[in-house]
Design a protein around this ligand. Structure first.
Ligand SMILES: Nc1ncnc2c1ncn2[C@@H]1O[C@H](COP(=O)(O)OP(=O)(O)OP(=O)(O)O)[C@@H](O)[C@H]1O
Length: 208
């Protein structure tokens, strides 16, 4: 379960999004809304990366009270990832494995799925935007997450990688992992059931 209680996200006193009360059961959720509606801000808040008011609880763990445990079960990939160019992909992956845990075979399968082994040892400063995006997705799947937040997961990916991403979401969802996806692109080819959440008038609504 992912719960938001009296959630508000503001910048410089300007309210962007509020969610009075929301409880999301295990599943896949597609957050939709126009540019600037607050989707990324919401995901960043749930990921614990930006301040907010109210309470967020995932898997019974309060995001503020037990941040370390919370961050072990909530993973996140941003829309346009930027990483230190002097690190290799392997360096960053190892850091995530050290902090998030996770099995070597599962990680190897993710790298294989996105076809990343040939350039993992290169400095990230030399990677294309699509290569970097694939790494951000691999990092979001690393460990033992209960919730994976993917902000615009399909942008900059080639069609094969888009299909891989959607396949992985379906496979992980089938094992009990839940997802919040924000995407302006249709989830064409998705072989998993999902519920739509709509950001409208500065609130998040279930679309019935
Ligand atoms: N760091 C920030 N400082 C001030 N305002 C911000 C900041 N980040 C986002 N905003 C504002 O918050 C609002 C929501 O932005 P956000 O990026 O969350 O929208 P979004 O729904 O993800 O948009 P898009 O679909 O274009 O990616 C926008 O008005 C934006 O200008």
């Amino acid at each position: 379960m992912l719960e938001l209680h009296d959630f508000k996200k503001s910048y410089d006193g300007r309210l962007v999004l509020q969610v009075p009360d929301l409880a999301l059961a295990e599943g896949v959720y597609w957050i939709q809304g126009p540019n600037g509606a607050g989707k990324s801000s919401l995901l960043r808040a749930i990921a614990g990366l930006t301040p907010y008011s109210g309470r967020i609880v995932a898997g019974g763990i309060d995001a503020r009270c037990n941040k370390k445990a919370y961050c072990r079960i909530v993973n996140w990939a941003e829309a346009e990832p930027v990483y230190p160019g002097f690190l290799t992909g392997r360096d960053l992956l190892q850091f995530y494995l050290d902090t998030k845990g996770g099995s070597a075979p599962a990680t190897a399968a993710l790298l294989e799925a996105f076809g990343m082994n040939s350039y993992l040892e290169q400095n990230l400063g030399t990677w294309s935007s699509g290569m970097t995006k694939k790494l951000s997705l691999v990092l979001a799947f690393v460990g033992n997450p209960k919730w994976i937040l993917l902000d615009e997961p399909l942008i900059t990916l080639d069609t094969a990688a888009q299909a891989t991403c959607l396949r992985l979401v379906g496979e992980y969802a089938a094992t009990g992992c839940s997802f919040l996806l924000s995407s302006h692109q249709p989830l064409d080819g998705a072989a998993f059931a999902f519920e739509t959440l709509l950001v409208c008038n500065q609130t998040l609504e279930r679309q019935l």
